[in-house]
Write a protein that binds this ligand. Structure first.
Ligand SMILES: [Zn+2]
Length: 283
């Protein structure tokens, strides 16, 4: 945007920004990769003791760039869980990750942003304050899962008319100390204080169930520092076992996005239009 465009009303600026993004995907991609590498270098590495990483950058159907990443972390006291590990090790694992990953809604009293509130995503970094208010401003705009066609599925064996369920298991019930007697899944019959590991989402391996104070909205597990720094969607999940890692890689990190048309296909479709135009114009 040039200086003149910045003086436009917000709605008009959004339109211009959207058009610029569509017309200049190479610039947007460069900035994403630059910003993401700075986040890793200056925030995630020191915060989580990242020693190595592996990931994949993808473009969704409309060109939205995003990354799936595995981080190797060196956090004091952190242990690598084995399949069917001891209860003591599972508790220690959850205790460490519970300090880093949370699903606590910072402002449970507000369902949507208050009218007139300026989005922290649009602020200059000097303006973002290290407060719960700004954390809430960011989380409510970037870390809420909204169920839609892409996540709603009928259960295997159910007729197509049966009610659909979210494949990411939202909405999730509150997960606080006083609400922890969970007999619904038939697994956590004994009292295990949150955060904890649960098999109710994936029977074949345990998942980390972060502390959650509010069932609605569907707050994704996040890291406070990363959310404040990145100011875009960014959720975290600790690796609980080899099976969980393989499942993630197979299902998400290595899946093929819908491919673009080949150059030949594009040229063929353009040629068809050119011929039609030529006939229309009588040449
Ligand atoms: Zn959903």
């Amino acid at each position: 945007m040039n200086g003149c465009q910045w003086s436009q009303p917000v709605g008009r600026r959004v339109q211009i920004a959207r058009r610029n993004l569509t017309d200049n995907p190479h610039i947007a991609t460069w900035w994403f990769l630059k910003r993401y590498s700075l986040l890793k270098e200056h925030v995630l590495k020191p915060k989580l003791g990242v020693t190595n990483f592996w990931g994949r950058t993808e473009f969704q159907a409309r060109g939205s760039i995003h990354a799936h990443e595995f981080l190797w972390c060196m956090i004091d006291g952190l242990l690598v869980l084995k399949e069917n590990d001891t209860e003591e090790n599972r508790r220690a694992f959850c205790k460490i990750w519970g300090l880093t990953i949370t699903a606590i809604n910072p402002a449970p009293d507000r369902e949507t942003a208050p009218e007139g509130e300026r989005s922290a995503l649009q602020m200059h970094h000097d303006e973002v304050e290290n407060t719960v208010g700004h954390l809430s401003n960011i989380v409510s705009r970037t870390s809420i899962h909204k169920c839609a066609n892409y996540c709603l599925r009928t259960k295997k064996g159910d007729p197509p008319t049966a009610p659909k369920h979210c494949r990411f298991h939202y909405p999730r019930p509150p997960n606080m100390d006083e609400m922890n007697i969970d007999s619904a899944d038939g697994v956590d019959q004994h009292h295990v204080p949150p955060p904890r590991l649960t098999n109710k989402w994936h029977p074949k391996y345990a998942s980390f169930e972060a502390v959650r104070n509010d069932p609605i909205p569907n707050v994704l597990p996040f890291n406070r520092l990363a959310s404040m720094s990145w100011r875009a969607n960014c959720d975290f999940m600790p690796c609980t076992s080899k099976s969980a890692v393989i499942n993630y890689i197979a299902k998400y990190a290595s899946k093929a996005e819908e491919t673009s048309k080949s150059y030949k296909d594009i040229m063929t479709s353009v040629l068809g239009r050119t011929v039609r135009c030529s006939r229309q114009w009588g040449s």
